[in-house]
Design a protein around this ligand. Structure first.
Ligand SMILES: *Cc1c(COP(=O)(O)O)cnc(C)c1O
Length: 375
């Protein structure tokens, strides 16, 4: 059983995708065109963001967000030790310095107490990630940000559909991002991403940065195209064919999210009390959960993964080693033991198959194999 499969989804959505794709061909504008603009409008409606700026990946969305938020060389950004690599590399790519803080052991979000301990006089930003199925401790993190005068940005790449008090992930601070990498809850057929913000100035700057620094395509009242570049930008435009696919998939996003919740509940029920398996990050206790990934902490994790693989079940390890211990961050001088919670998570977590097309029979088989392994 594959870790991820969406063949049926694409078969079902094909007529709609084809219609949108034909519009792209008819328009003759293959990047940064009309489908991208439509997608931005639809996503603004879905998330409630005042501005959604489509770009070519979640990673570039983070880099552009940091730049547009005013990151300057030497500025420190506090990031979680346990997350996808782009959460830290984007800070370096944007010209800043990542400062790592540990996660908290129940929800796996950036730990506000660890953040407070990591802040120095050069720290200007806080960039927590919302991982797997839950939002990080936003009230706790917002309090630390306020206390130390930091700007809160969110790596909400995995968090489409996650809301707290009616507010969508990415909109609790100055801005956030979305990734449409194919395996994400809303996935394209290649790379794409977006920046979310309620701040017009920030949106306008991201709009310019994605297109060589040219201001004034779509944001606000600045409609006239100004081809003079007033800041050196990137080429981070979104392809319209990706937008065409995403527009089609957006029509069933809420149904997909509901199906993911159903499957997660089935895993919860079948794995309750299972020896060797700890439910982490914890389910419940926070609002707005969306099951992008179903993760467990498992004893003898690698042996369990091998057992499942031998029986044809693919799994993934998110994430195999803490970010501060990656070779590219050697200069920061961190050692094993510096981030105990992140390191324990890296050693024990295993992601089980979870996607709308997964059947309950397949899920039962995964759970039966887990039971037989620990028996
Ligand atoms: C997927 C992801 C990203 C990067 O998104 P891409 O579109 O793959 O560049 C960043 N942060 C987190 C937490 C992610 O899961």
């Amino acid at each position: 059983m594959p870790f991820f499969d969406q063949a049926r989804t694409f078969a079902e959505l094909w007529p709609l995708i084809e219609r949108h794709a034909r519009e792209v061909l008819d328009d003759g504008k293959f990047s940064h065109g009309r489908q991208v603009e439509r997608l931005e409008q639809e996503l603004a409606r879905y998330t409630g963001a005042r501005y959604v700026v489509g770009v070519n990946s979640g990673t570039d969305a983070l880099v552009l967000l940091l730049r547009a938020a005013g990151l300057r060389p030497g500025d420190e950004v506090v990031v979680p030790a346990f997350s996808f690599f782009a959460g830290a590399s984007s800070v370096v790519l944007a010209g800043g310095t990542p400062v790592f803080a540990d996660i908290e052991p129940v929800g796996y979000g950036l730990d506000p107490a660890a953040v407070a301990a990591a802040v120095t006089e050069r720290t200007r930003f806080l960039l927590p990630a919302h991982l797997f199925h839950r939002l990080a401790d936003l009230p706790g993190l917002a309090a630390v940000a306020q206390q130390h005068g930091l700007t809160l940005l969110e790596d909400s790449a995995e968090a489409i559909g996650m809301r707290r008090g009616g507010r969508h992930a990415g909109l609790f601070g100055a801005g956030g991002v979305l990734s449409f990498f194919p395996t994400k809850t809303l996935g394209a057929i290649g790379d794409a991403g977006a920046v979310l913000t309620d701040d017009e100035e920030l949106a306008r700057t991201v709009d310019a940065l994605r297109h060589h620094g040219r201001f004034g395509r779509t944001i606000g009242d600045f409609r006239a195209i100004n081809t003079a570049t007033s800041l050196p930008g990137f080429n981070s435009k979104m392809d319209d064919l990706q937008a065409a696919v995403l527009l089609a998939k957006l029509t069933r996003l809420d149904a997909d999210i509901a199906r993911r919740a159903e499957l997660a509940a089935a895993y919860e029920e079948r794995l309750a009390g299972q020896r060797g398996v700890l439910r982490r990050p914890a389910v419940g206790g926070v609002e707005g959960q969306v099951f992008y990934v179903y993760l467990i902490e498992a004893e003898r994790r690698d042996e369990l993964a091998a057992h499942l693989a031998r029986h044809g079940v693919e799994t993934e390890v998110y994430y195999p080693s803490p970010l501060p211990l990656q070779p590219c961050f050697t200069e920061l001088g961190h050692r094993p033991g510096d981030f105990p919670v992140a390191e324990a998570a890296c050693a024990h977590t295993l992601a089980l198959p979870l996607y709308p097309e997964l059947t309950l029979d397949q899920l039962d088989r995964v759970c039966e194999l887990i039971r037989s392994f620990y028996r």
